[in-house]
Design a protein around this ligand. Structure first.
Ligand SMILES: [Zn+2]
Length: 156
């Protein structure tokens, strides 16, 4: 995670001219809300059970998770699990990209706002939290898209 805080203009510039590698940046207050990410048709709002599952994984009450949790609407083609924020969180922890404690602080809004910006390397893999299979890349969309967002953390 990069501690340098990006402004909205800097974020929009990164989205237009993608950096080489996918990275997570701290962003200024209000940047996530200002991004045109969450109204896209492939995003869905996570239900209560899915939110609880994520909260249990992170070891925090569901009510402490900040903002509306939205996720790319797709399912694992192997076991049929509907992908949620948890699958992205668990994949990042398992790959050593983020610590579980760090993710909890981010998703509860205790550590500011963060944005993972997909780079020209094509983004980060996601594994099914139920069976461990790769969620195939061909279900992902090209161009500017989000795979998940909350009140304090998003992917662009
Ligand atoms: Zn699966």
């Amino acid at each position: 995670m990069k501690q340098t805080q990006l402004t909205l203009d800097e974020v929009l510039d990164h989205l237009k001219n993608r950096p080489a590698t996918t990275s997570t940046y701290r962003v200024a207050e209000g940047v996530i809300d200002a991004l045109p990410l969450t109204e896209l048709p492939h995003m869905r709002v996570m239900d209560e059970a899915e939110t609880q599952e994520l909260a249990d994984y992170l070891g925090t009450p569901a009510s402490s998770l900040k903002g509306t949790l939205k996720v790319f609407d797709t399912q694992c083609s192997y076991c049929g699990r509907r992908v949620t924020f948890l699958d992205f969180a668990k994949s990042a922890v398992d790959l050593g990209r983020h610590s579980k404690d760090g993710l909890r602080d981010v998703l509860t809004g205790r550590n500011g706002a963060w944005l993972t910006i997909r780079g020209r390397d094509g983004g980060r893999p996601v594994n099914c939290a139920q069976c461990g299979s790769d969620v195939p890349r061909d279900v992902k969309m090209n161009g500017s898209y989000s795979e998940y967002s909350s009140g304090s953390y998003a992917y662009a």
